[in-house]
Write a protein that binds this ligand. Structure first.
Ligand SMILES: CCCCCCCCCCCCC[C@H](O)CC(=O)SCCNC(=O)CCNC(=O)[C@H](O)C(C)(C)COP(=O)(O)OP(=O)(O)OC[C@H]1O[C@@H](n2cnc3c(N)ncnc32)[C@H](O)[C@@H]1OP(=O)(O)O
Ligand code: NAD
Length: 236
């Protein structure tokens, strides 16, 4: 999987790409732990955003958490004589209306880590979103190509893996699939820049780079616990 994907990176083919992110509309799908941090990052970067949840209960919970995060961020920015415009519905909107997906330029999906659910969502996105819209997934480890296979536009599907807490952590893994276009990769890199994050382009394999390193590390820690080892002995 990773070896075939690694042949496909065409970043060098890009001569010119200019995207003004403050004039494009972004949709964050899922307002859980990650969606909350992602929305906060987008608003801080002055990117107009629609936050979409599956029902009103989750929406209200997510909205409350995002508003709290943004209030803290606004306070910090005021100390530096800057303002944060997050009460303006033209900049930040919360909804359960999937129809609003029609107008967005870029989607960041952050629903549960479940392949069947992600494929269902991407199929829906591919039908509803306008033709040029970029479809990003925040999956931690799932196969980007399989998610893209649920769409009619796999060239516009890309992984944007934020790390938790997403409004604080600066690393952004950008995962290209077999069909991801150079423009999609460059756009995701530019998004990282707009969010003041460090975008790193990586291939498509289970866990990408970050979790591919972390999973065996955590697994070994679990094995140590199972074996009753609560730390390494030091000294003679
Ligand atoms: C059998 C085998 C099984 C294998 C299972 C493996 C399980 C693994 C599970 C995988 C899950 C997926 C993982 C995911 O895909 C990838 C990840 O995201 S991994 C997580 C990466 N994140 C980290 O490692 C973060 C660790 N934390 C830190 O480094 C620090 O806490 C910090 C976030 C850098 C902040 O620390 P400091 O700079 O010291 O500053 P403060 O503590 O003062 O905090 C600053 C500011 O941030 C707010 N904040 C901190 N933590 C959180 C949080 N978790 N959520 C929300 N906000 C947070 C804090 O409140 C401060 O805000 P302020 O007060 O300034 O407004
Ligand atoms: N939590 C982390 O540390 C972390 C870090 C990086 C990436 N991720 C990935 O980000 C994604 C989200 O993780 P999370 O921790 O935020 O999960 P979460 O459970 O906190 O939130 C998921 C949200 O998605 C919403 N949702 C589910 N189905 C939906 C639908 N059909 N339409 C709209 N919203 C829907 C849920 O209501 C919920 O609020 C997962 O793919 C996860 O692997 C998680």
């Amino acid at each position: 999987q990773s070896s075939s994907a690694s042949k496909k990176c065409h970043c060098q083919e890009i001569n010119f790409l200019f995207i003004v992110f403050d004039s494009i509309l972004l949709l964050s799908l899922g307002l859980g732990t990650m969606g909350q941090g992602i929305v906060t990052s987008l608003v801080k970067a002055n990117i107009p955003v629609v936050a979409l949840e599956q029902n009103l209960e989750y929406l209200n919970k997510g909205r409350k958490a995002v508003m709290l995060l943004l209030e803290r961020e606004a306070m910090k920015m005021e100390e530096g004589a800057q303002t944060l415009d997050f009460h303006n519905p033209a900049r930040l909107q919360f909804t359960v209306d999937f129809d609003l997906m029609r107008d967005v330029d870029l989607v960041i999906e952050a629903v549960f880590e479940n392949m069947a659910l992600k494929k269902e969502i991407f199929h829906k996105l591919s039908k509803i979103c306008k033709p040029g819209a970029l479809l990003c997934t925040n999956t931690s480890a799932l196969n980007i190509d399989e998610i893209a296979s649920a769409t009619s536009r796999p060239q516009q599907v890309i992984g944007t893996h934020f790390f938790s807490p997403a409004h604080v952590m600066r690393l952004l893994e950008i995962i290209y699939g077999r069909h991801t276009s150079p423009t999609a990769i460059a756009t995701a890199m530019q998004l990282a820049k707009a969010l003041k994050k460090v975008g790193v382009v990586v291939g498509n394999c289970f866990g990408f780079v970050g979790n591919r390193m972390m999973f065996p590390y955590v697994q070994q820690a679990v094995f140590l616990l199972e074996e009753g080892n609560f730390g390494f002995k030091i000294g003679p």
